[in-house]
Design a protein. Structure first.
Length: 450
């Protein structure tokens, strides 16, 4: 009798669930301040510039820790560092609730940025090691949607907590989940699937099954033949994987992606920081109306991230630039459209939902892009560079929006955000779409030796 093949586990999707929840918790810890802004402004007499600076402080320390965390992850792995980062995130969140002055709030935001900074690089490294190439875009899309899921649920949840208690309880209650999932991550997610007792050999083989020449695969795929015209537009080129620190630091493709991500993250976090204030101060919405309308761009973002990640893998066969270009181009117009935003909560919510979808179709592919041009060992460094750019954008844009609001008005803000997306659109045409030749599949070698 033939022995039955051992069952192939799917534990990588359990890891994906943990990635989604932990990053959603981190997103909630950073975005909850946007809902309490009107209340802390009254308590501490803060200007719009002060609020913008508070957002900037978070992203400055968040940016500073990115590249060091890339080196640390490369040397020590992700498990312990990632769990510690989540614990520190919860501690910083709790501290925000105890703040007795504007200075203490700012210190809390600095610590929170430092705590959360290592998380994205750790997640990108985990995805790169736990998923085959054909699933990496989808996995990255799901991961990025977690950050957008947080602002989707945070406004109404915060509004309920504020009405029931006060703004301080928002931070106290939000500090709890991070501690729980830090422990779960430590015990369930190993640095590689080979180390996990929950992963079968068949799943490991499947994860490592990406050793097929992408050039050969493209030549056999009828759908890819129809995309030859697209390869010319997006400048697809065969490249050798960047496998040294020097090559990564000297690569314009990495830096071009980084600069583009700088502007796109700036747009996202300007919206995250200021839309609740816009809805209350400009549109005159009640707390509950604000909570539900403010969640609509993030519901759209979840949809956009997941669909965009899937399309990147399956429709465009791991080409990352097409959706990056679509997102940059559409966001130019969607930001401009907000100049004429309707007053109706239903209509404005619909516009913000569509804005969220378009803004996020290609958002996750900025972080998936380095996976296609670097070696596995050097991906943490490349990802940390790209995410540093994004973090600086997150620091830059909310502060600029605060200055613009104190000097001009919301029309100037939306024009600024539209111009930021236009800069990304231009930058994307200066970088290539990489195609790396990899080893032939092991099955071919086994067939010849047999």
């Amino acid at each position: 009798m033939k022995q039955a093949k051992p069952k192939r586990t799917r534990f990588r999707w359990v890891v994906m669930v943990l990635i989604f929840i932990t990053y959603m918790i981190a997103g909630a810890d950073r975005s909850n301040i946007s809902v309490v802004i009107p209340y802390i402004q009254d308590d501490f007499e803060l200007s719009n510039t002060d609020i913008g600076l508070m957002a900037t402080l978070f992203y400055l320390t968040y940016a500073v820790i990115q590249i060091p965390s890339g080196f640390i992850y490369s040397k020590f792995g992700t498990r312990k560092i990632f769990s510690f980062s989540m614990i520190l995130t919860s501690i910083a969140t709790f501290f925000m609730g105890t703040a007795g002055s504007a200075l203490q709030l700012k210190i809390g935001r600095l610590i929170l940025g430092l705590a959360e900074g290592p998380l994205p690089v750790g997640i990108i490294s985990t995805i790169n090691r736990w998923f085959p190439g054909k699933e990496k875009g989808t996995a990255t899309g799901i991961y990025m949607s977690a950050m957008k899921a947080a602002p989707a649920i945070v406004p109404p949840l915060c509004a309920f907590i504020i009405l029931a208690f006060s703004w301080r309880e928002v931070f106290y209650l939000f500090a709890i989940p991070g501690l729980i999932f830090a422990v779960l991550w430590f015990f369930l997610v190993k640095d590689t699937p080979e180390e996990s007792k929950y992963v079968s050999e068949r799943e490991v083989d499947y994860i490592r099954s990406e050793n097929i020449s992408t050039e050969n695969k493209d030549s056999k795929n009828k759908n890819n033949l129809s995309l030859n015209w697209l390869d010319k537009v997006i400048r697809t080129k065969n490249v050798t994987a960047l496998d040294t620190n020097k090559k990564i630091f000297l690569s314009w493709n990495i830096w071009g992606c980084t600069l583009g991500y700088f502007f796109m993250v700036g747009i996202v976090y300007a919206i995250m920081t200021w839309i609740p204030t816009y809805l209350v101060d400009v549109k005159g919405y009640s707390v509950m109306e604000m909570g539900f309308v403010a969640s609509t761009p993030w519901i759209g973002a979840i949809i956009g991230n997941v669909i965009g990640g899937w399309m990147s893998d399956n429709i465009f066969n791991r080409r990352r630039k097409p959706l990056m270009i679509v997102t940059a181009a559409s966001t130019i117009f969607s930001m401009y459209a907000l100049l004429y935003a309707p007053n109706s909560p239903a209509l404005l919510g619909t516009l913000l939902l569509a804005t969220g979808i378009l803004l996020n179709l290609g958002y996750s592919t900025f972080l998936a892009y380095p996976m296609g041009i670097t070696s596995k060992e050097k991906l943490p460094l490349a990802a940390s560079i790209v995410n540093t750019g994004g973090s600086l954008g997150g620091a830059f844009a909310p502060f600029i929006v605060g200055l613009l609001l104190d000097t001009f008005n919301w029309n100037t803000v939306f024009t600024f955000l539209s111009a930021s997306s236009f800069m990304t659109f231009i930058l994307l045409f200066t970088i290539i779409e990489p195609k790396i030749k990899t080893m032939e599949p092991k099955t071919n070698i086994q067939t010849r030796t047999n």
